[in-house]
Design a protein around this ligand. Structure first.
Ligand code: TXE
Length: 503
């Protein structure tokens, strides 16, 4: 008999199974199943949406004082901090990412709850300079039931970012975590209940994207979709959402350039590139997947980079010394291999790595790989979402900027230089939602995060994210002038307009 843990959906304040159909969650580093989750069918999805609507209409969360929202979100942060070790363990198992990375990342996740708690508490409405004896107040109201579709690469961080912003604004939230790594997110249900969140305000529903995710996104009863995932997923959900006028925030792929200029020391630049490129085995939307290196330092830089890359410790994610863990699936390993072969066909040169590997004969691992290639190659233009990095030699600042802007993505970019003017010039000319100068992967709950072009729509984090979970209501109070009227006299029976109507 199987002893595998089953982790059901979190619905209306309790863990409850949606159906007999189960999905196995696999540890990518061992290829073993670690738990099962529900595959939630359409009927259950519809009844969850209906409970969430009841929750929203009841006002139990949508109309509470800002101080209550502040207290609940702050308490959730405190509880999460206390329980970090169990979440870190789960996250390491389900993603295959090294425990040292998960410790670093998860220790910051409570900050998102605290930040949005503070926004809930301090956000104020506005009064516009309306003409005449009129007071016009603008207040922000929650949207309704919002759906959040989250990925496997940073399961807890990304879900918490979205949940915190939506709850702070007073929405009722339904989260569909990735079927590949849902466990830490499902665990948050109970934690929020303990923090005082009313039952039914946060529902966490498991299932495949093409089924459960699709059912959620196709509902006409929801008020927003917040997706982090692939462009194909956005394209699949957008038509129905647009038919129902449902706004979408989309955080999609990227092909972040790491722009290395001669004024940076090679030692520092190489360290920066290793961090930008190989954290999470290259599976982040802002992975420094293109190293655009100025020719003045190219040879020395690449020589050191290759030596350091070969020394990276690929290993069991649970081992504190491991620097490179697994990738998420066998399909991901195959995708990395396909990119490498194609880049060779296109004339690229593999400088190190290039092959699948394993730990104790198991797991979905791929060697950290550097490929010298042309700026126009498939590898330099398209997202691998794995540890296969394109190196491009560039002759000038102008060429670096040109190559940096030459993909359909525009999410993150980093500029490495000690020349102050150059740093600003290049940052200004790179068309990208986020540009770091002498940094990469830097993130903070207050800092808007989102891309241009095919990298997405809208922002996570910051006041932008909070406001995007609200709608503005304008109340116009006339305290002086006569209302607009029709003349009493029949011969003059045409409307006399007050000076500030446009009717
Ligand atoms: O994403 P999917 P995948 C990018 C990256 C990666 C590619 C594919 O380029 O290679 O996407 O990764 C749900 N209706 N990013 O396949 O499938 C799915 O269940 C509703 C970038 O993992 O988009 C999961 O919960 N939902 C990225 C979520 O979408 C659907 C993070 C993401 O899965 C659905 C991950 C549908 N029709 C991938 N189809 C980042 N920006 O960090 C799928 N889903």
């Amino acid at each position: 008999m199987s002893t595998l843990l089953h982790q059901p959906n979190w619905v209306n304040g309790a863990y409850q199974s949606a159906s007999e159909e189960r999905i196995h969650v696999i540890n990518p580093a061992t290829e073993s199943a670690i738990a099962t989750i529900d595959s939630t069918p359409l009927q259950t999805v519809n009844s969850i949406i209906s409970s969430s609507l009841d929750n929203f209409s009841s006002g139990i969360w949508s109309k509470v004082d800002a101080s209550t929202r502040f207290n609940v979100l702050s308490k959730a942060a405190t509880l999460l901090r206390l329980r970090l070790p169990e979440f870190i363990d789960l996250e390491t198992q389900q993603t295959g990412r090294p425990i040292r990375e998960m410790k670093a990342q998860l220790s910051r996740v409570p900050e998102w709850l605290e930040y949005f708690a503070s926004l809930a508490r301090t956000h104020e409405g506005r009064v516009t300079p309306f003409k005449g004896p009129v007071v016009n107040t603008l207040i922000r109201l929650p949207l309704g039931v919002v759906v959040q579709i989250t990925p496997w690469n940073h399961p807890l961080l990304i879900a918490t970012k979205k949940i915190a912003a939506a709850l702070a604004a007073g929405n009722s939230v339904i989260v569909k975590p990735s079927e590949s790594a849902p466990l830490s997110v499902l665990k948050m249900g109970q934690l929020f209940q303990e923090a005082g969140l009313p039952d039914g305000t946060l529902q966490i529903v498991s299932g495949y994207g093409r089924e459960t995710g699709k059912f959620l996104c196709e509902s006409s009863l929801i008020s927003k979709i917040d997706l982090t995932g692939g462009l194909a997923t956005y394209a699949a959900i957008a038509p129905t959402a647009s038919k129902h006028l449902i706004p979408i925030i989309a955080e999609l792929g990227g092909k972040a350039p790491v722009c290395m200029f001669p004024s940076i020391s090679v030692e520092k630049g190489v360290k920066a590139a290793l961090f930008a490129s190989f954290i999470a085995s290259g599976q982040t939307c802002v992975t420094g997947s293109r190293l655009l290196i100025h020719s003045d330092i190219y040879d020395e830089f690449v020589d050191l980079l290759v030596r350091r890359t070969k020394n990276l410790r690929v290993g069991a994610p649970t081992d504190e010394k491991t620097q490179i863990g697994a990738v998420i699936s066998r399909a991901s390993v195959e995708r990395c291999s396909a990119f490498v072969s194609q880049s060779i066909d296109e004339g690229g040169k593999v400088l190190c790595g290039g092959s699948p590997t394993s730990v104790d004969g198991k797991g979905y691992f791929f060697q950290p790989t550097l490929v010298e290639t042309k700026a126009s190659s498939n590898l330099a233009c398209n997202e691998v979402f794995g540890p296969v990095i394109a190196l491009v030699r560039c002759e000038s600042e102008e060429e670096i900027v040109k190559v940096a802007n030459a993909t359909s993505f525009a999410l993150g970019a980093s500029v490495w230089t000690n020349d102050f003017s150059q740093a600003h010039r290049v940052a200004e000319n790179i068309d990208s939602g986020i540009v770091w100068i002498n940094g990469h992967h830097l993130n903070d709950p207050s800092s808007p995060w989102g891309g241009f072009k095919e990298s997405g729509l809208g922002k996570e984090n910051g006041i932008e994210a909070f406001e995007s979970y609200t709608k503005v209501k304008s109340t116009i109070i006339n305290y002086g002038q006569e209302p607009t009227w029709f003349d009493d006299e029949v011969e003059n029976a045409r409307p006399r307009l007050s000076p500030n109507t446009n009717q």
